[in-house]
Design a protein around this ligand. Sequence first.
Ligand SMILES: C[S@@+](CC[C@H](N)C(=O)[O-])C[C@H]1O[C@@H](n2cnc3c(N)ncnc32)[C@H](O)[C@@H]1O
Length: 180
Amino acid sequence: MSGADRERWDQRYAGLGVAPQGIEPLPVFEHCEDLFPTSGTALEIACGRGRGAVWLASRGMTVLASDVSPVAIELAEEHATASDVADRCEFAVWDLDDGLPPSEPVDLVLCHLFREADVDQAMIDRLVPGGLLAIACLSEVGHGPGSFRAKPGELTTAFAALDMLDAGEADGHAWFVGRR
Ligand SMILES: C[S@@+](CC[C@H](N)C(=O)[O-])C[C@H]1O[C@@H](n2cnc3c(N)ncnc32)[C@H](O)[C@@H]1O
């Protein structure tokens, strides 16, 4: 990512501040929350202010979460501390242009509101056998074309190697949950 793009994200997060107190499932996955593990390890990419990581840690997982924005990572650390789950969260500044941040294979890979097809295979490869991939992004379905929006059927095609447990696309959003 260019320095200018990173700066734009930093500025946006500086304006937002720490995520609101309270731990809630990411709304797009709330209906299938029971599919998500309550122990083991997770990797979240493009984690922003850490909403997803804190939710997973509050369920009992140990989470490595990364984002290209240092400001977002600072806010994510504050959110984890305020939510009493800092001991189960590690946050790292990482540019996905360089692939995934290094880690051992994990029980869950989470990617929420970010779409970069170049890391699709790496996300699959990072899962332990039986591990879960959960991804949600903007979609052209119910919205129309736009940058960063998945095309109809894009996620189910990209992750066809996984056993699909839940997926959908509507109202400008797409999601996929699958097991390796
Ligand atoms: C729409 S936000 C979603 C943040 C978070 N997942 C959430 O749901 O609140 C997209 C995130 O992707 C991050 N991002 C964009 N390009 C990136 C890159 N090349 N590497 C790592 N993170 C990136 C941005 O900093 C931003 O936090």
